[in-house]
Design a protein around this ligand. Sequence first.
Ligand code: AMP
Ligand code: GLY
Length: 424
Amino acid sequence: MTLQNVLVIGNGGREFAIAKKLKQSPKVDHVYCAPGNVGMPTVGVEPVAIEELDFAGLIKFAQEHQVAWTFVGPEDALVAGIVDEFQTAGLKIFGPNARAAQLEGSKEYALSFMNKYGVPTAKHLAFENEAEALTHVADFGFPVVLKLDGLAGGKGVVIASDQADAEATIKEMFADHTGRLVIEECLVGPEYSMFVLIENGDYQILPMAQDHKRAYDGDKGPNTGGMGAYSPLPQLSEFDRQRMVEEVVEPSVKGLVDGEYDYHGILYIGLMLTEDGPKVIEYNVRLGDPETQVILPRLATDLFDLVDACVNDQPLPEVVEKEDAVLGVVVASKGYLQKPVKNQALGKFPVAGNITVDYANVAGSLADLHGAGGRLLMVIATASDLKQAQQDVYAYLDQLEEPECFWRQDIGEKAFNDVWPEIS
Ligand code: AMP
Ligand code: GLY
């Protein structure tokens, strides 16, 4: 059998994990990642200096390097129509087309899809102008959720605790951004990430994970892209998981088929398990970061086979999960989210035993590594149970001296104490 070359688009920790997993497949030769990051050669992945929105450049590269297919990591490229352009050029690509990508690109679009196809979600309304939003905000009770209607990297959401907070936030959002504002009832319950790999009507569910979106311990501070994750979810019963499949995944996939989206890629469903059952917080049209870094190591099925079947319209192989538990903690730049330190010198992050390091926002060279702002890298442990994985990650982090960085100290706690703090 001839080995295949594949191309991954993106440069973060998620793309590091995707490219690493593909490189481990016995069917794969070169794994290119555009633009990739300087840490990727540690796992045999070849960064390619082409920006993720330079579609013409990426198409040319894929043609010249006999790339079997391209895996799109981030949402921006999907929303901007990378899939449509590759397909027009006769190239295979994994990810939804621009029309389907609106499920992430516009909160309002996603909410009307959910309403149309009977997918449970929060009560909500979208507003075009500030005065109307101010008039109706109290109808939702407090706390209330305020969302900008565009891509915001998970950071365009504010949970306002009272009328004054809500009014100030609404005024700020309309002053700083164009477009509509979505107001939602605030749901309460544990939050989980579900990743569904979809080949039109056929689907497979990847291992589930829990993210930690707030910047600081105890779920305090602003929403970030995600500060750590773990998989599996020992606190989630099989009964509740099955409800999620029947009440959320099934109608979502059926809606994609009935709406003729021709969906080929990942649908990431952010779910909250409320007293009234599972409800969708958001759809994303790609894998999650940092969840990908902990779910892919748990995948026993060859990722190349899954994606290859999907892009070739073949029946999907069954997803088999390993028994292992995986937990990862994000090392972020001091000052992230508001004012991240940039260009600080970083120490070494040796990979040893059950610890791996997935690089994200780093620059310089491996011998002289620097931070490039935001989420820099993730330290990940694989163990026979989550407690052990958690202990091993923190034992590793405790030894580091990185005064210009920070990380949360409580990643994974919710797996052991099935409680969640009051939203503040
Ligand atoms: P999103 O960008 O829609 O994922 O929202 C970011 C985070 O805000 C979510 O992960 C939740 O923790 C929180 N959130 C969003 N919508 C709601 C809601 N309706 N009720 C409670 N929390 C929410
Ligand atoms: N971990 C959250 C996201 O990828 O949107």
